[in-house]
Each structure stands twice: as structure tokens, then as C-alpha cells.
Design a protein around this ligand. Structure first.
Ligand code: NAP
Length: 293
């Protein structure tokens, strides 16, 4: 039976560190502040916003919420992001993505209206370049960084290890591949056209699942001694909960099969989701610290 990698423990450690550093900044007259920008009333965005607000309070970070209608024009949103960028008292800004409706097509260009120094979730081209080169302003996407924080907290070394990342999106798989490569891991970045996914997974020391495909990773695709980080949050309306209610989240792994073989596994829910918003708060505190210089 695998040891569970619990997001709550990692998130609490990150929150304590953020709170301590925020308090030190306050003593210097700086209150770390995060601006949240939501377009429309998407349920996922609202749920994430609530969880960020709770976590910000625990990390000693002030917040302000900006709401635009889903029908807002790209120009309106860019104007808002430029104005937030110019606000000295705001250190970090998160735009809920993916943007809804017609805004989606121009998402990347819209996000570039934000100053990279305040881009705490890796949404601008400059932040992507910073992850690529390991230098420059900006931050990696919080979910990719959350995977590293999880490994660090549990003392799981990645130097020299082989890693299979399943999913090559710009928010998870691709930046994580670069971050792990920078830590001397050898990464295979898999996607929907990858052949022999089972072989690649069985040979890896670490498997990161971010394909948004429930049931993708089965017991015969894993080996003893492995670590599995399941990033995916797939909502299944038909899932029956312990209290008899219906609807819940699962990852990409068939958990009850995989956990019999591997050494460590992050559960869904209860895994990386909690760590992601704690990383966001940490990034705001770091941005505030950098503003001192
Ligand atoms: P995405 O943009 O839909 O990307 C999915 C990736 O998986 C694509 O690269 C796709 O390949 C690949 N893929 C799909 N089917 C596959 C298969 N059968 N075999 C191998 N690869 C396959 O998703 P995302 O935005 O990266 O999100 C991934 C998951 O992470 C989602 O469940 C999301 O909810 C979750 N997530 C969680 C957090 C968190 O805080 N924990 C944050 C962000 C996202 P192609 O490129 O070939 O299409």
C-alpha cells in the first residue's frame, strides 16, 4: 500500500512560511497584495477564487477581486490588467483561466498586458521565457511549481531520476518538464499521440498525470518503488460518495489499483489542488519581497 502524499500538509507548511515572510514585510511597511481577475460566473473559477481568498488570509496576503462580464472585450480586460500592473500596492495578479467565451481566443495576448513581475501564475510570454531559460522576471505556473513543492516536502529527490509526464499543456506538463529538467531529472513528455504509454510509465521513477482522462493509468502501467503525482481533477457526476450523494473528483489513475504497487501517490481530491493555491500565495509574497529591491 502506497504512502499518500497529502496536499493539506504541504499547503500548511507553505502557508506558515508565507505568513512569517508577510509579517516581516509588514514590519518594513509593505503589505503583500494579490489582485484576482475573474471574467464571468464560471463555477470552477468561483470555487477556486473562494479557496484562494481563504488561503491568502492564512498566508497574510491582502486581496482585491475584480469582476468583468463574460462579454467583456479583450481591450477592456487588457486595460484592467495594465491598470493593476501600474498599482504599486498590488504585488501579484491572477487572471482565472481559461478565459470564457470570445476572450479565450486572445487569452495569451490579453495576459501579456500584465507586468511579468506581477504575473504570479506564469500566464505571460515573459514568464514562459523565464521558465525556459531559468532567468528573468515572472513565475512558473502554480500547478507545475506545486509538483516540486510536493516532492520537496516529502524529501523525494528528482536528480538523475526518470520522469514520465502525461500531458503537454502550457499550464502543467510543459513547464513542469522544464522545471524538472533544471533539477537534473530526465523527462519524457507524453501526450495523446504517445505510443506505448504503459512501457514509458513502467520504466519511470516518477509519473506525473495531467491528461484529464479518468482511468488512464491502470495497475499494470506502474512498478514498485515509483512516485505518482496525479494533477488531474476530473469531475464525474455519477460518482457515488460515502454519504450516498452523487458527483465528485477523480484523477487520471485508477487509484485502488495503482496504490497497491507504487511507493508514493498523491490522492484526488486531497493532493495537488490544495498545494496549487498555497504556491500562488507564496509567489505573491516573493513578488512583494522582490519589490523591495
Ligand atoms: P489540457 O490542456 O486538456 O491538456 C491535456 C493533455 O493531456 C494534452 O497534452 C493531451 O495531449 C494529453 N492527453 C490527453 N489524452 C491523453 C492520453 N490518452 N494519453 C496521453 N496524453 C493524453 O489539460 P490541463 O489544463 O493541462 O489540465 C490537466 C488536468 O490537470 C485537468 O484534469 C485539470 O483539471 C488539472 N489541473 C489541476 C490543477 C490543480 O491545481 N491541481 C491545475 C490545473 C489543471 P495532446 O496535447 O496531444 O492533446
Amino acid at each position: 500500500m502506497a504512502k499518500q502524499l497529502l496536499g493539506r500538509e504541504v499547503a500548511e507548511a507553505l502557508e506558515e512560511d508565507s505568513y512569517r515572510r508577510s509579517a516581516a514585510l509588514r514590519r518594513l511597511g509593505i503589505a503583500p497584495r494579490l489582485a484576482l481577475v475573474r471574467c464571468g460566473e464560471g463555477e470552477d473559477d468561483i470555487a477556486y477564487e473562494k479557496s484562494i481568498l481563504r488561503q491568502a488570509a492564512r498566508g497574510g496576503v491582502e486581496t482585491e477581486c475584480h469582476l468583468l462580464p463574460e462579454t467583456a472585450s479583450p481591450e477592456e480586460l487588457k486595460k484592467l490588467l495594465s491598470s493593476i500592473s501600474g498599482e504599486a500596492k498590488v504585488h501579484g495578479c491572477l487572471v482565472f483561466r481559461p478565459l470564457p467565451g470570445k476572450l479565450a481566443a486572445e487569452q495569451r495576448e490579453i495576459c501579456n498586458a500584465l507586468l511579468p513581475e506581477k504575473d504570479v501564475d506564469g500566464s505571460t510570454a515573459a514568464s514562459v521565457a523565464a521558465v525556459y531559460t531559468g532567468a528573468g522576471a515572472g513565475f512558473p505556473p502554480c500547478t507545475a511549481q506545486a509538483c516540486l513543492e510536493m516532492l520537496d516536502y516529502y524529501g523525494i529527490e528528482c536528480r538523475g531520476k526518470s520522469v514520465a509526464i502525461i500531458g503537454r499543456s502550457l499550464v502543467v506538463g510543459r513547464p513542469l518538464a522544464l522545471l524538472l529538467t533544471a533539477r537534473d531529472a530526465t523527462v519524457t513528455l507524453c501526450h495523446s499521440r504517445t505510443v506505448n504509454l504503459g512501457d514509458i510509465c513502467r520504466r519511470a521513477d516518477l509519473i506525473v498525470c495531467a491528461a484529464a482522462k479518468p482511468g488512464l493509468i491502470t495497475g499494470d502501467m506502474v512498478s514498485p518503488g515509483q512516485t505518482v503525482l496525479d494533477v488531474s481533477m476530473n469531475f464525474l457526476p455519477e460518482l457515488e460518495n460515502a454519504d450516498g450523494s452523487l458527483g465528485g473528483f477523480v484523477g487520471d489513475t485508477v487509484y485502488e489499483e495503482v496504490e497497491k504497487t507504487v511507493e508514493y501517490i498523491s490522492p484526488v481530491p486531497g493532493g495537488l489542488g490544495l498545494v496549487t493555491s498555497a504556491v500562488l500565495i507564496k509567489h505573491v509574497v516573493i513578488a512583494a519581497e522582490r519589490s523591495l529591491k
